[in-house]
Write a protein that binds this ligand. Structure first.
Ligand code: URA
Length: 238
């Protein structure tokens, strides 16, 4: 059981004082009855709450899929740059979501955001072997030797030996290459550094898959949506 004012305040309906005023005005209904005492205890999972006639969509956690655009940082706060949180509507910001893992400022594509710390922990731990798939454009010709090196485990500039990674060549010619890379870790600049160790540079990087979830192609860059219950369930099963 939780206080009605706390529930509504957490969902972005204003401060507790503001919610109290709403209740006094008769704007809050619980299971069809107008509730004037905003301190009343209710079970938000069971009760139907309406504010000014509109049904409240109660949930403790939110799970969002964003198509991250270029030039935005995957952080909750930054002194200089726009963050992925800045791109969210206030109704989602009130949940205090944070990105699950990070994409570089110039990397685009699938970024999950949540306020569910437990799920976040599981999804970013290399222990769970969650596949992250990237589409990348490379400045040089990528060949079989690169595929083998990725398979064996690339050693990065700081001496760290990566877990085996899958490299698929989609197109390769003298102008450069288009590839798909699957990794299970999330070291800083990992894909870029893996190619660096092969003396090649990533010129474009887009994450297209995170675990079982593909990037929703209906999302424009900078767009996002809530995950469906089914998608959340699938993620939790990993
Ligand atoms: N690897 C990178 O180099 N950058 C990213 O943003 C993600 C993976």
């Amino acid at each position: 059981m939780e206080r009605l004012d706390k529930v509504l305040s957490n969902l972005g309906y204003g401060t507790r004082k503001e919610v109290k005023a709403l209740a006094k005005d008769g704007a809050i209904e619980v299971d069809g009855s107008i509730i004037k005492d905003s301190g009343m205890k209710i079970d938000p999972n069971i009760c139907k709450i309406r504010v000014s006639g509109e049904l409240v969509n109660y949930r403790k956690y939110i799970y969002l899929m964003m198509n991250k655009p270029d030039g935005v940082v995957s952080a909750t706060f930054d002194n200089y740059d726009e963050t992925v949180i800045d791109l969210l509507e206030p109704e989602h910001q009130v949940f205090n979501p944070f990105p699950i893992g990070r994409l570089d400022k110039d990397t685009v594509g699938l970024l999950l955001l949540t306020n569910d710390g437990e799920l976040n922990h599981r999804l970013i731990s290399p222990k769970w072997h969650v596949d992250k798939v990237y589409y990348a454009e490379i400045d040089k010709v990528v060949d079989e030797k690169d595929i083998e090196a990725f398979e064996k485990g690339i050693t990065l500039d700081d001496g760290y030996k990566c877990m085996p990674a899958k490299l698929e060549i989609l197109q390769a010619d003298s102008d450069g290459s288009k590839v798909k890379v699957t990794i299970q870790e999330g070291k800083f600049h990992q894909v870029k550094r893996m190619f660096q160790s092969r003396d090649k540079s990533v010129v474009y990087l887009k994450r297209i898959k995170f675990g079982p979830l593909d990037l929703d192609t209906n999302l424009i860059e900078g767009g996002y949506r809530e995950l469906s219950e089914k998608e959340v369930e699938i993620l939790k099963k990993i």
